[in-house]
Design a protein around this ligand. Structure first.
Ligand code: KIV
Ligand code: ZN
Length: 398
């Protein structure tokens, strides 16, 4: 099978290098019921770090002692990734965040405030008061740390004029990354791209910072919206393993990374992620969070590389590219699985029997195939043990 093309990672490609910012431990953990222990967070952070994630958002240090401890410990063990903590737009949050991340080799403070009309109403700030708050808090963060990310929460429902104004203020106050959140998963790909393009083209100083996209999946468009933002000039994607996150979740890391790898022909962007580590990270996050991965989830679902229908299995046995656009080993899976069920055909049955050590001639295969179909009609899936029992029943040994 043709290898999914891996983008060049040399320095000539830096303009098209997309930073992967993983927030499994912060936004992911905010999913009701997904709380993780310190040890579990350290395990996931280590996997992310080894996998080549550029920035790990390790938590929200002021939220609890546990969160503070987790961010501090992750900061001290991470070898490669930037370690980031979240802080609201006030000095106490920012100071606490800095205390937690400061021992990282590469620390980042991420501070945010809701800028849409609905969100401005919560702290009851008018536009000018909020602009001043943004100036003061970003300046404060930048005095502590030279790597500061600022987010206008609910950016996609913020008036464009106001968004331009506050983004400019944050840049002038020293933000180095401007993250544009689609907090409620409301935007659509064309709009996501237009918003990023508008900001990059019209905000003074935009060329000196990295624009980032942070999408939620309420309408199932988080991956498409993130990729559209990249096409418009964003160079950081915020995402989580398995798309874990509040409500319908965040952009799934495995989806955006594999989309840029498999469709590099039309999305010529590179990441630093070792994709062969994806499946393991997915399994660990599913186990630790207690959120199982749906069977048909793109890239990491149990069925993403499984085939049951006879036509598909026959095609796969002849040439895997017939029904698979990426190789299982590229995401860390050993092999495609041909699931034996009522839709399976003779070719797959013969291949499976061979795998189990049975060589059958055409006549015997015809006989076994009839029995197999009877069994498959009664069972959802026919397992290896079922086939072995069936072969023993016909008096055949492996
Ligand atoms: O969805 C959101 O707006 C967030 C911000 C804190 C970045 O998670
Ligand atoms: Zn979010």
């Amino acid at each position: 099978m043709t290898e999914a093309r891996t983008p060049a990672s040399d320095s000539s490609d830096t303009r098209n290098r997309v930073l992967i910012f993983d927030t499994t431990l912060r936004d992911g953990e905010q999913s009701p019921g997904a709380t993780m222990t310190l040890e579990e967070k350290l395990q996931i952070a280590t996997l992310l770090d080894e996998m080549g994630v550029d920035i790990i958002e390790a938590g929200f240090p002021i939220a609890s002692e546990g969160d503070f401890e987790a961010v501090s410990r992750i900061a001290s063990v991470a070898r490669n990734a930037v370690i980031c903590g979240l802080a609201r737009a006030n000095f106490a949050d920012i100071d606490r965040c800095w205390e937690a991340v400061r021992h990282a080799r590469r620390p980042r403070i991420h501070t945010f405030i809701g800028t849409s009309p609905l969100h401005r109403a919560i702290p009851n700030l008018d536009m000018d008061q909020m602009a001043e708050r943004i100036h003061d808090t970003v300046t404060h963060a930048r005095n502590l740390c030279d790597n500061v990310q600022w987010s206008p929460m609910d950016a996609t429902r913020t008036e464009h004029d106001y968004l331009r104004r506050v983004v400019e203020i944050a840049i002038k106050a020293g933000a180095t990354t401007i993250n544009i959140p689609d907090t409620v998963g409301y935007t659509a790909p064309r709009e996501s791209a237009a918003l990023i393009r508008m900001l990059i083209e019209s905000v003074p100083g935009a060329d000196e910072v990295v624009f980032s996209t942070h999408c939620h999946n309420d309408l199932g468009m988080a991956t498409a919206n993130s990729l559209a933002a990249v096409e418009a000039g964003a160079r950081q994607i915020e995402c989580t393993i398995n798309g874990l996150g509040e409500r319908a979740g965040n952009t799934a890391l495995e989806e955006v990374v594999m989309a840029m790898k498999v469709r590099h022909d039309i999305m010529p962007y590179s990441t630093g992620v070792d994709t062969t580590k994806i499946m393991n990270a997915s399994r660990v996050v599913a186990t630790v969070s207690g959120f199982p991965v749906q069977y048909n989830k793109a890239i990491v679902g149990k069925n993403a590389f499984a085939h049951e229908s006879g036509i598909h299995q026959d095609g796969m046995l002849k040439n895997a590219e017939t029904f698979e656009i990426m190789r299982p080993e590229d995401v860390g899976l050993n092999a495609t699985s041909l699931v034996m069920g009522k839709h399976s055909g003779r070719a797959a049955l013969r291949s499976k029997l061979r795998e189990l050590g049975y060589e059958v001639g055409d006549n015997q295969l015809a006989d076994v195939f009839v029995r197999f179909k009877e069994l498959a009609d009664r069972k959802k899936e026919v397992y290896d043990d079922d086939l072995i029992a069936l072969m023993q029943d016909t008096g055949t040994n492996a």
